[in-house]
Write a protein that binds this ligand. Sequence first.
Ligand code: SAH
Ligand code: SF4
Ligand code: F3S
Length: 507
Amino acid sequence: MNPKGTNPVKDKKKTAKDYASYFQTTYQPPSLKDAKKRGKEEIKIVKDFVIEEELRTIGKGKKFYIRTYGCQMNEHDTEIMAGILGDMGYDPTTDMMEADLILLNTCAIRENAENKVFGELGHLKPLKVDKPDLLIGVCGCMSQEESVVNKLLKTYQQVDMIFGTHNIHRLPQIVKEAYLSKERVVEVWSKEGDIVENLPRVRKGNIQGWVNIMYGCDKFCTYCIVPYTRGKERSRRPEDIIEEVRHLARNGYQEVTLLGQNVNAYGKDFEDMTYGLGDLMDEIRKIDIPRIRFTTSHPRDFDDHLIEVLAKGGNLVEHIHLPVQHGNSEILKLMARKYTREHYLELVGKIKKAIPNAALTTDIIVGFPNETEEQFEETLSLVKEVEYDAAYTFIYSPREGTPAAKMADNVPMEVKKERLQRLNSVLNDISLRKNQAYLDTVVEVLVEGESKKKPDVLSGHTASNKVVNFKGPKHLIGKIVKVHINDAKTWTLSGDLIEEKAGVLEG
Ligand code: SAH
Ligand code: SF4
Ligand code: F3S
């Protein structure tokens, strides 16, 4: 590090810019204000991504380690960064201690997600003492927040690189800068960049693959930081998506999950055609790949055409993740979800009618500002009415810069925790009951690997996304097999493999 000028750490009035000019050469900080803007300008599709010759050997003999927090979007970004680093000569390692380059791909969705990252950075500090050449980078959604970048610059000297979600394709240049200047590099774009199509990637496994169909979110739910960290909605062209899914199918992948923060808005930004998620799914279902999933759906844009296409079944799985967030229309209004309890229930009714075996899952927030006991009880009653197969439940966490953060966070923590517990207990009862309905039936399971707890047990998912454990030989990993269910718990099903010999099923 090459300190310049007066040390701003000693001066409380100094801003991030002052820290920046003191601590590093490259400085492009985030701005939540800019991240909120939604311009009309067209997004360019770039297909000629290349890593310059001189950067292709920069990582030779060195190892990288990436820790990923947050959603599938981040998991997939990590696969891309692993691909880029591989093309720069780096080898992956699963042991953080032997890495020469460590990246934390972060999530900003709730305060505890951020605290985990700050905690991990604390653990990494001593590593730099033993290995002065170690590079530590923070990327992902937290890097898009001004307050986080300020905090990192001020108190986390061990961080060498900070970059965001819109410029992971700039990783080669950022790493080079960090090596050459030996100073901190901050490069965060608050305006989304182009869609870069041909980025390398190293996928985690060869059974299931993620495929981005769109980036960003324009919904601006009042509690949510994602529209600021991921930018405006941009859809990939259908032909590029279809080619990627075909490529996975050709390479033996059994399942594809189409990704977006709000996949139901897919295509709304196309100016040259009217084309939506229903149209895309109708084309993708013709590709020879056993299972196609998508996540996440916003109830508001879930249209009849999509329901019609999903009802065709085949490789379109009967699992729909449909976050409701709350069961009371007034709170939904405060959340700016733009649907009411009644609209949501009507949509669920339509889905259940068209796809009778549909498994529905959801996300729910408790303790949003002003949530009364009666309003919370409406969440409980909605959950009972829909009968979700499973749900992710969260305690509301104010995110700086979002509209809800200006509302008083006035539900006491004990009340939030108590509501969360009551909600989970209702959800768990329903999950158990739904799982028990599988007893004594035969399900098709995509075998994904060994069970985490018992290595002699294989584990996988049904098309409806139920976890199934059973004993069987390892060569079945990556295949779809039939299992007779004989035990049902709240989270998992277990059973016996039905051996298939010469086309004859043996129980
Ligand atoms: N795009 C998806 C979800 C993105 S975030 C959707 O719209 O459904 C995943 C979940 O985190 C959200 O569905 C919401 O339930 C939860 N979440 C988002 N912001 C939150 C906050 N500030 N506090 C608590 N939970 C939050
Ligand atoms: Fe966040 Fe709402 Fe967008 Fe989902 S739809 S990412 S909850 S703003
Ligand atoms: Fe987290 Fe960013 Fe995903 S905030 S949930 S990693 S889009």
